[in-house]
Structure formats: C-alpha cells, structure tokens
Design a protein around this ligand. Sequence first.
Ligand code: NCD
Length: 331
Amino acid sequence: MTSLQTASSDRFPAGSAAFPHKHLLGIAGMQPWEIAFVLQEAEQWVALNRSGAAKHDDRLRGLTIINAFFENSTRTLLSFEIAGKRLGADVVNMHAAQSSTKKGETLIDTAMTLNAMRADAIVIRHNSSGAVNLISEKVDCPVLNAGDGTHEHPTQALLDALTIKRRKGRVDGLIVTICGDILHSRVARSNMLCLTALGAQVRVVAPPALMPVGVDLFGVQPFHHFDEALHGSDVVMMLRLQNERMQGDFIPSPREFFHLYGLDARRLALAKPDALVMHPGPMNRGVEIASHIADDLERSAITEQVEMGVAVRMACLDILTRKARGVEGWA
Ligand code: NCD
C-alpha cells in the first residue's frame, strides 16, 4: 500500500485536523497526509475544469482574494486568478511594477495596507526568501506562498505531485530525477520536500556550482552526471537556469550546459521506457530541454502540469478559507 493510499479520505483526521494550518507557506512542516488531503481535494476541481460546461462553483462568493506579485509570473498568477474566479471569489491582482514598493514603501507597510483592505486570502510572490512568511505574521487572513526567492513554491510541488500521481497511479516508490539549477530553484526545494514525504526516491542533478551544499539532508541523492542519474528514472523533471538569481557566471555557456545537462532523445532513452517528462515552465528550449521532447505529448506532462495548477490552487483556496466561511469542523 502506498503512502498516498494509506492516507485515503477515511484515514484523514476529520475536518480542520486534516489541514491544521492557517497559511500555506511551504511544504516544510506539512505532514504526508496533509499533502495527500490537498491532492485528493483537487481531484473534484480537475473534474469540474474538464466538464466543458459552466466551470463554476460558488463557494467563495463574496470573498476577496488579492494576488500580490512582486516578481514576474505567467502560469502561477493566471492560475491563481482563474482558481479564485472559478470558485466565485472576487480576485484582484497587484503587480509590483505598479505598486508603491517601487516608491520605497517597506514590505511591512505594504502588508499592513493589504490587511486594511480586509482581503479573505492573500497570494504572494516575492523575490526575497522569507518575505511571504513575514507578511503572514502581519495580516489577519490566510496567506498563500506563490514562490519566495529561492525558498519555497508549495503549490508548484503540489501540482507536480498531482500530475505524477494521476499519470503514474502513485508517487510512493517512484524514482524522480530533478535536473538543472537546483541551487536557485524554489521548485526543486519544495519538490524535494513534497516527493520524499510521499515516498518517492528523489535524485537531483546539477553542475557542482549549481548544487546546494548539504542537499542530501533533504533525503535526496545528488548526481553530477545526468546519464548516471537517468537510469531507472520514472519521472524526469527539468529546471530552467535561474539567471536572474545568479551573480557572475555559473556555467560556461548555454550550449555547454545543454551538452552536459540538457534532456534530448538519447538521454531520455536511458530512463525507464515510460518515463514522464516534466518542467514547471518557463522553458528555455535548447538550453535544458530539446523541443521535440517538450512537445512529445506521450512523454511530456508539461501542459498537464499547468492544468493541475488550476485545480490544486482551487483546492488550496477552498481549504484555507473554510474557517472564515464557517464550514463545519474548521475550528
Ligand atoms: C517557476 C518559479 O517561478 O519558481 N515557475 C513557475 O512558477 N511555474 C520556475 C522558474 O521560474 O523557473
């Protein structure tokens, strides 16, 4: 029996005990059954989103959600907006480029301003690790981390786990290889925590300069040779070089990087014959992944990851606003 099955609905603690957190700040601190609970809750939203007809549920009607994004985003911002709207909430987006932070306002003053507007949930992306935790201490409503610096990106890890679970039937016991800029990637960090909590065997691959010191403390196996790590892999997750977080040169050239760490057909053939290819986006084609691999719908789950992103974010918004909505059991 897999860890996800062990935590099936009848084994979750009841009501709010299934998710005893006010905020969603990171995967760190979440129990495996809490992760499994979010994934299970997301299934209904996958079904609704695929239903074709009116993809709408009104449970968040009258609630206001603020998406405060201090860093660029396409997928995460849009999917949080769509998620809130599909649940009937009023969703407002704040883009940092147009906000007062550009006029020297401190993060705490911005947090107090958002709080005074009496939002029912605030979704935050920020380029400083820890900024989202700080804001969560200053506001009254639930805060969801949409990515903070190199720290965590919990909804990305949850949507990745949901994608793997649906495509492979389980997460427990799978070999998942994450390759790329592990050092600067909050996606890698949240996925290492999430996938190991669900019982996967996680391998991380990066050039020495892009591998965090002590990464093995996450319970993952570090590799510097991609070919070696690929043997027996069930899932291959590719990550972008986070150039915006690098000071100086970490790699000789994008061409050299692709040669050593890029995923192409020859390399993919080293993994299991049915290995799944994933990428959180945005992709840099020809740098970490060859176009023909990214576009191979049989092997690549990249668009499915985006789809699961909406469902997982609907689940998170629903779960975290249950107390405020007086849903029974959410003390
Ligand atoms: C990632 C992010 O912003 O951390 N993208 C995403 O949310 N889909 C990864 C990245 O920017 O490379």
